[in-house]
Design a protein. Structure first.
Length: 170
């Protein structure tokens, strides 16, 4: 019984101290503009996924495919999906989005980036934790959910004939 009280006491102290330390460690976002028309490669740690580096099998995910039927600007749709997923928009250009997501308990910050490659009809995604070694698959799950929402919305729009507003920049 005494051991249980000691363990609970330690867990309580750790639970109060860690969130404060991790919030200060998380800090500000790194500069997240794509370099040379590509998203950054993932670091060696398993807390990142990216669709731009097929040679990195541990971190690679498939990009989103833009259906041939879609000839409009997809940024508004992608922004809507990110906001539905409780992400906060950080940066936007005519073919790039950056957003952040916070974990509910320790307030860890993860960065999500999206780059639209119109000539190849793909949308590249990178999702990475700012701190720590492992993210327990959170970023991979986030990108799968984003892909699911995107594909469902695109399929519904194609079926009903509704499409996002046209943008000549794409």
């Amino acid at each position: 019984m005494k051991t249980i009280h000691i363990i609970l006491s330690i867990c309580t102290v750790v639970g109060m101290v860690l969130p404060v330390n991790f919030r200060t460690i998380a800090g500000a976002a790194e500069d997240r503009e794509p370099v040379a028309d590509a998203l950054a490669k993932c670091p060696k740690k398993p807390n990142c996924v990216c669709s731009e580096d097929k040679d990195d099998a541990k971190h690679y995910i498939e990009p989103l495919i833009i259906p041939k039927e879609i000839t409009v600007d997809l940024l508004p749709l992608l922004k809507e999906i990110i906001q539905e997923m409780e992400g906060k928009m950080q940066a936007e250009t005519d073919r790039y989005l950056a957003a952040t997501f916070k974990s509910s308990i320790f307030k860890f910050v993860d960065d999500l980036e999206i780059r639209i490659d119109s000539p190849r009809r793909v949308i590249h995604i990178r999702s990475a934790a700012r701190v720590g070694y492992s993210d327990f698959g959170v970023n991979r799950k986030r990108t799968k959910l984003l892909k699911k929402f995107f594909n469902n919305k695109i399929a519904a729009d194609i079926q009903t004939g509704n499409t996002p507003p046209t943008n000549s920049a794409q």
